[in-house]
Design a protein around this ligand. Structure first.
Ligand SMILES: Nc1ncnc2c1ncn2[C@@H]1O[C@H](COP(=O)(O)OP(=O)(O)O)[C@@H](O)[C@H]1O
Ligand SMILES: N[C@@H](CC(=O)OP(=O)(O)O)C(=O)O
Length: 417
């Protein structure tokens, strides 16, 4: 069997859903399809969550816009003659009751209950359209199969329990039908919804594939495959035909957004290749990620992370930064789920660079300030170059001011303003 994953860009409008159906129809093997929220719906649902928690007056108009976006796609696909409108309505009702009450639970819990609606609505539309198109498909609620703990917004998947549920039901379904399910979302043992971290649908696809022993996973993107850099930021990019699992892990770890960082490990453990292909040109080979690959780095791999904060921590009594201090600092970063992208120590201070997420940052800062002196700069960019040479680095940095640089044999990282 095969696993396909369609991200937000591939299903951003009615044409995208029709294109998805064409691609699915070409597949002649049992198929599980993982779908993300349509277009920028997750961003809109994040906005809705903030408006609800802050009691903003525009909450209802934000929600109406999200509903209208989905009803409009459904109307274009079905001319109003399908019960998908009822299914969408039922999906939105799942959070409507919550929005009518005052917020009571933690922000992260509320976030997951609201933001997960994007994937639920998208899969309702996709499944209805496949049926309408003549493909025998069934809608599956991923929350009953991707079983997580209750770390809201960063659900940790219990692989053993998930595997048991997936293997119990899904192989039989796959014998008869294409199975359509949601990326990015999971369920707790108390039946609450969790999410797996932004862009987590690739990871969902990998988990289903590993549990089902899939032949391969294909993730359909708006790019021809994995390139040496993001084509939205760089001209003259080159595509890799093949990459090793390890190189893909390194790229995603440093922040290449084309694949979610957790995706590779379950596939590598199970020896399942990952194809990254263009949904615009499905006949083209794309990039395959596997254990052994022939790779030539004609150009360095360049990874850009924007909106970075560089924070330096020092002891209030001017003492050296000791292992005890470092232990305390790391514990606070872990407590607030702030992922460190690069760090450097000197005698009197410890510098860390990480992506800015306001809610997490304010809480982290508050805790750090109890025991340390803290200074920081926002709105910085972190460039990582792998397989680099000095000329490539100079070209990328240009006349920007370098605040921190770290070099190893294969990789250089610079934080610039
Ligand atoms: N090295 C890279 N190769 C290809 N695309 C990249 C790379 N780094 C970043 N990207 C970006 O990743 C995007 C595709 O990933 P993403 O938007 O997460 O897909 P989806 O959400 O549709 O699954 C591309 O549009 C491209 O801008
Ligand atoms: N919809 C979620 C999950 C996801 O993976 O989306 P995409 O496949 O469009 O990156 C997000 O935007 O974070």
């Amino acid at each position: 069997m095969l696993v396909y994953k369609f991200g937000g860009a591939s299903v951003k409008d009615a044409k995208g859903v029709i294109n998805l159906a064409n691609i699915v129809q070409q597949c002649d093997q049992p198929l599980l399809v993982v779908v993300s929220a349509m277009g920028k719906t997750t961003n809109a649902l994040e906005k809705l969550t903030r408006a609800y928690v802050n009691g903003d007056h525009d909450m209802h108009s934000i929600f109406d816009e999200i509903k209208h976006f989905h009803y409009d796609i459904a109307t274009k696909l079905f001319n109003g003659e399908d019960d998908v409108h009822v299914q969408l309505n039922n999906t939105f009702v799942e959070i409507e009751w919550m929005l009518e009450d005052e917020p009571q639970d933690s922000y992260d819990f509320i976030y997951d209950q609201i933001v997960s609606i994007g994937e639920l609505a998208a899969t309702r539309i996709v499944n209805a359209y496949l049926t309408h198109y003549g493909i025998n498909s069934t809608w599956l609620d991923a929350r009953g199969y991707i079983l997580t703990d209750n770390t809201y917004r960063e659900g940790v998947i219990d692989m053993e329990k998930s595997r048991e549920c997936i293997q119990k039901d899904i192989p039989a379904l796959l014998q008869k039908q294409v199975v359509i399910t949601q990326g990015f979302i999971g369920g707790t043992s108390e039946n609450f919804t969790t999410t797996l971290g932004r862009e987590g649908s690739d990871y969902t696809a990998a988990v289903f594939a590993a549990c089902l022993g899939a032949k391969s996973v294909t993730t359909w993107k708006d790019v021809p495959g994995i390139l040496n850099a993001d084509p939205k930021l760089f001209n003259d990019t080159v595509k890799f035909d093949e990459l090793t699992y390890n190189e893909a892990i390194e790229m995603t770890y440093y922040g290449a957004t084309v694949i979610h960082p957790k995706t590779i490990k379950p596939l590598q453990n199970a020896g399942i290749p990952l194809y990254v292909k263009s949904f615009k040109h499905p006949e083209e080979p794309g990039t395959v990620i596997k254990e052994h690959a022939h790779v030539k780095y004609i150009k360095p791999v360049i990874i850009v992370k924007q909106d970075q904060t560089l924070l330096s921590v020092s002891a209030k009594d001017h003492s050296f930064i000791s292992e005890d201090h470092l232990g305390d600092i790391f514990r606070l970063f872990a407590k607030h789920h702030v992922h460190i992208n690069i760090m450097q120590t000197s005698a009197l201070s410890f510098s860390v660079c990480f992506g800015l997420e306001e809610e997490k940052f304010d809480a982290l800062l508050c805790d750090l300030k109890e025991d340390f002196k803290v200074k920081y700069n926002n709105e910085l960019t972190l460039y990582t170059l792998r397989h680099y040479d000095r000329d490539a680095l100079l070209e990328v940095v240009g006349d920007k001011r370098v605040l921190l640089e770290q070099t190893s044999r294969n990789t250089v990282q610079v934080v610039v303003r």
